[in-house]
Design a binder for this molecule. Structure first.
Ligand SMILES: CSC[C@H]1O[C@H](OP(=O)(O)O)[C@H](O)[C@@H]1O
Ligand code: HPA
Length: 245
């Protein structure tokens, strides 16, 4: 089964990937964030795409999620593991930790969020009760166990519009809504994968405490340091995951 990794903040390239070639894909929805990278990781063929571009130049609200997902589908991808930096809202989601969310609440607005608005001869509603693919999630959870990474299995990802960080009051509201972590890219990426029948799961790396969780303001330096720790854990997990795919 062909698999791809979408890297986010802190993962603009895939360490250890022996790159074979890069492929430019033009889509009916415009250009993806960059060419799709093909390569071999731990003996398996895999594709990689940097969500914000390989130079991290595309902010979360301007990512062409439809083009990215369509391009991967076009190349035969059936499974996507999304890596995403997040803020931690609830106690166990401490900076540096890894989490595999099992639910999403979407707070984004005005993004191109569906493939089903072109053919207006019929209406399509996809089931999205469980936004992440159960089988792929189980494999990622198992991979983390094998890698000895103490990860949180579950949690609700609140997707905000960005690019600004949230206010303390917004995070308070999100906590009351049931969110455990907050990021800016989880939607519409997850639903677009579902619409194209791609199994999708997220490996979230907690980069900081979300706004107002501690008395301190959020610093980019802190985020960078925590992401370095977290991304090493992601590499360890991928080392165990890829042979399971
Ligand atoms: C302050 S970092 C915010 C930035 O990081 C996350 O990106 P990604 O999900 O692609 O790892 C978050 O969603 C924001 O885009
Ligand atoms: O605190 C945050 N909020 C939203 N997105 C994020 N990505 C990393 N940290 C955060």
């Amino acid at each position: 089964m062909t698999a791809a990794i979408i890297g986010g903040t802190g993962l603009t390239s895939l360490p250890g990937l022996e790159i074979t070639h890069r492929e430019v894909v033009h889509t009916p929805y415009g250009e993806p964030s960059g060419p799709i990278t093909h390569g071999v990781l731990h003996g398996k063929e895999i594709m990689f795409l940097a969500r914000h571009g390989y130079g991290h130049t595309i902010p979360p609200h301007r990512v062409n999620y439809r083009a990215n997902i369509w391009a991967l589908k076009h190349l035969g991808v059936e499974r996507v593991l999304a890596v995403a930096a997040v803020g931690g809202i609830t106690e166990e989601m401490s900076p540096g930790r890894i989490a595999f969310p099992d639910q999403i609440i979407d707070y984004t607005w005005s993004r191109q969020h569906t493939f089903f608005d072109v053919d207006l001869t019929h209406v399509t509603h996809v089931d999205f009760s469980y936004p992440y693919d159960a089988q792929l999630r189980a494999k990622v959870v198992e991979a983390a166990k094998r890698a000895g990474v103490d990860a949180v299995n579950g949690g609700t990802y609140g997707a905000t519009q960005g690019p600004r960080l949230e206010t303390a009051a917004e995070i308070k509201r999100m906590r009351n809504d049931g969110c455990d972590i907050v990021g800016m890219t989880g939607m519409p990426e997850a639903v677009l994968a579902r619409e194209l029948n791609i199994a999708y799961a997220t490996c979230a790396v907690v980069a900081n405490w979300a706004a107002g969780v501690t008395a301190e303001e959020i610093s980019m330096e802190e985020i960078g340091l925590n992401l370095e720790v977290g991304m090493q854990r992601v590499r360890d997990i991928l080392g165990e995951l890829v042979p399971l795919l």
